[in-house]
Design a protein around this ligand. Structure first.
Ligand code: ADP
Length: 338
């Protein structure tokens, strides 16, 4: 197939030639002249009609149909000129639109699901506090057997709300890109030691042994946001303690590699069944909702951990065996002078 320019040129040339020939012939034989004119007219009309008018009409009908279509189709124009190129670009544009719409619908679904989860999580402690306060006001406040306990439970609910709101704010700041990381160089060994020391009390309360494994005399400089990495470790150690039984062990370990330091938080706790592993980093996903609530979980901790680790250009890996324990590992870039 020739390009549109050639086809237009051919049609105009034939029309012009027809005019000239008919003009010339008409003076000698009007019948032959008229026939020559008619033939040229038919030829140029045919070119314009079949190669230009019909494909353009097809494109126009297709565009009109797409405005009402639920699932857009592909535009098929059998030609190899600029109209084919136009149809290819149009098909490309439709594909992009299609994937944008799919993405938008997915985001909309995620947003609705997230809002549903947030309202559910907020409602539970609010309703419970409301119930406790109402019972106290209706007379239980003077009943020395329950009044302190009810107040303690109300306080526990407000603490839960506070944790939930803090984590929600964190998640939204991370996801909107508002949370800026402050990278700097610091020695990872005393840092890990201080986090382990800080978590020692809550481990002891649950009779769980918590220790740091690695050469504590070493000095390894890493490049990261100290405050956010502290949040990652506290979350992982806290989970390891929460999802273990008394007498279990939690260890924090570090291994120096060529360019990075691998940090692991490992426990000998309840473990996670394989079908849950791919989903535990999702917001509000819990393996055992009741156990998570009981130990004060919000279902947001690992989602925050994942975001922070990824902002350090790393990934968080998890290995687990039900009844044997769980191990979370991530790496942080080393300072080359360190
Ligand atoms: P939560 O606030 O419920 O602890 P997280 O996002 O921190 O939420 O963790 C999601 C879920 O992953 C938890 O509810 C729990 O079921 C599971 N989980 C996380 N860490 C561990 C662990 N060390 N051992 C067993 N299960 C864990």
């Amino acid at each position: 197939m020739y390009s549109l320019k050639v086809q237009l040129f051919a049609a105009s040339f034939i029309a012009l030639l027809g005019g000239a020939v008919s003009f010339y012939v008409i003076s000698t034989s009007p019948v032959v002249g008229a026939a020559a004119f008619f033939l040229c007219f038919l030829l140029s009309f045919g070119i314009l009609y079949f190669y230009i008018y019909r494909p353009v009409q097809k494109i126009q009908r297709f565009i009109t149909a797409q405005q009402e279509a639920i699932a857009p189709q592909r535009l098929m124009v059998n030609s190899s000129d600029e109209l084919q190129e136009l149809s290819d670009s149009f098909n490309g544009m439709l594909e992009n639109l299609k994937s944008d719409i799919v993405q938008m619908k997915k985001l909309e679904r995620v947003r609705t699901e997230f809002l549903g989860n947030v309202s559910h999580e907020l409602r539970t402690p609010i309703f419970s506090t409301q119930g406790l306060l109402e019972t106290l006001l209706n007379g239980a406040v003077d009943d020395t057997r329950v009044n302190r306990e009810f107040l303690q439970r109300a306080l526990h609910n407000t603490e839960r709300l506070n944790t939930l709101l803090t984590e929600l704010i964190d998640i939204s700041r991370i996801e909107s890109g508002e949370m800026k990381l402050r990278f700097r160089f610091f020695d990872v060994v005393p840092f890990l030691k201080s986090v382990v020391d800080e978590m020692q009390t809550s481990a002891t309360q649950r009779t769980i042994s918590l220790s740091l494994v690695g050469d504590e005399l070493k000095s390894i400089d890493i490049y990261g946001d100290k405050e956010r990495l502290h949040q990652v470790l506290v979350n992982l150690i806290d989970n390891a303690i929460k999802y273990s039984e008394p007498k279990d062990r939690v260890t924090v370990a570090f291994h120096e590699k060529a360019d990075t330091v691998a940090i692991c938080v490992e426990d000998t706790g309840i473990g996670i069944a394989p079908q849950h592993l791919p989903r535990i980093f999702e917001r509000f996903y819990r393996v055992d909702r009741d156990r998570s609530r009981e130990v004060g979980g919000t279902g947001l901790g690992l989602a925050i951990v994942k975001h922070i680790v990824e902002a350090h250009n790393s990934t968080i890996e998890v290995d687990s065996l039900v009844g044997a324990g769980t191990k979370f590992t991530f790496e942080v870039t080393k300072s080359h002078s360190g």
